[in-house]
Design a protein around this ligand. Sequence first.
Ligand SMILES: [Zn+2]
Length: 122
Amino acid sequence: MLLYTIQIPVAKKLGLDNDSRYLDITVKSGDKAFAPTWKMVMGSKQDRITDEEYAHQYTDLMRQSYKSNSQCWNEVLNLDEVILACYCKADSFCHRYLLKDMFVKCGAEYIGEIRSIDDLKR
Ligand SMILES: [Zn+2]
């Protein structure tokens, strides 16, 4: 699998939010199998949990999700290309990069963050 990441406003601007490869992983508008909880999101926004704690909680949550949503995980892991999307700015602390690392461990190849349409291989 070829893996990309993108910021949702950039995806909308580039018209990638309707692309078959696009995977919104936010708790607000995305696939809940890969989303953090609202409690984690608000805790992070309000500085009640550190990035390290957030990463730890998200990893635990995804371990559970892998068991309880295994069909969903397998469907995604079997795709040729996936674009992981979240609202956070590029290169900020964001769970799309944490999930990207998990997918890489599952055999995906990370191409990078999409900032312009030229960043897509095809
Ligand atoms: Zn994010």
